[in-house]
Design a protein around this ligand. Structure first.
Ligand SMILES: [Zn+2]
Length: 179
């Protein structure tokens, strides 16, 4: 249903009820158009965008005349405003997913931290290592040097993922190894 499809009476009534009603109507119309471009839940509970995409892998939807990330639109339609400067992040790590239940409001830091945790961010070329298993000796060494060296440089040197080294330093993994 679009504005053009409304009868004169409906238009007058909507006009009288003011901008709030108009905004609500716009939202309802957009919601319909939006969810028409989304696949039903897949086996992971993801609802995948089937419309246009940005080259970044996120869905692309016109929101108030602006090309906007489909996951952001899903949030605004179903959950409300996105606080200024905040991102809509994916619990499921599927960029094309617009299931509001799989989304959360986060900062750029949350987003990159999550990406690292899931190894979505690859180290720059030439710094790639196979996911070598750390040894107990390496764990001790990493923890000793963590006070003065960055997680990234230790990860490079020991041929481990950034998140792996971070967890070692934080003591979340290799709990049995004491310095
Ligand atoms: Zn999902």
């Amino acid at each position: 249903m679009t504005w053009a499809h409304l009868s004169m009476e409906q238009r007058r009534a909507a006009g009288l009820r003011g901008a709030l009603v108009k905004a609500e109507r716009y939202r309802a119309t957009i919601r319909e158009r939006f969810w028409a471009r989304v696949a039903p839940e897949n086996e992971n509970g993801c609802r995948l965008w089937v419309g246009n995409f940005f080259t970044t892998g996120y869905g692309d939807f016109a929101w108030k005349g602006r090309s906007t990330g489909a996951h952001r639109v899903a949030w605004m339609l179903e959950r409300g405003e996105i606080p200024a400067g905040k991102l809509i992040c994916h619990h499921c790590d599927v960029k094309g997913c617009v299931n509001p239940d799989h989304l959360y409001v986060g900062s750029a830091l949350d987003n990159s931290r999550d990406a690292h945790q899931r190894n979505r961010v690859r180290p720059p070329k030439g710094e790639q290592h196979s996911a070598a298993k750390l040894t107990a000796a390496a764990v001790v060494e990493i923890r000793r040097r963590a006070a003065t060296e960055s997680t990234a440089s230790l990860a490079r040197e020991f041929g481990a993922g950034w998140a792996t080294v971070r967890d070692v330093i934080a003591g979340r993994t290799w709990k049995s190894v004491r310095p």
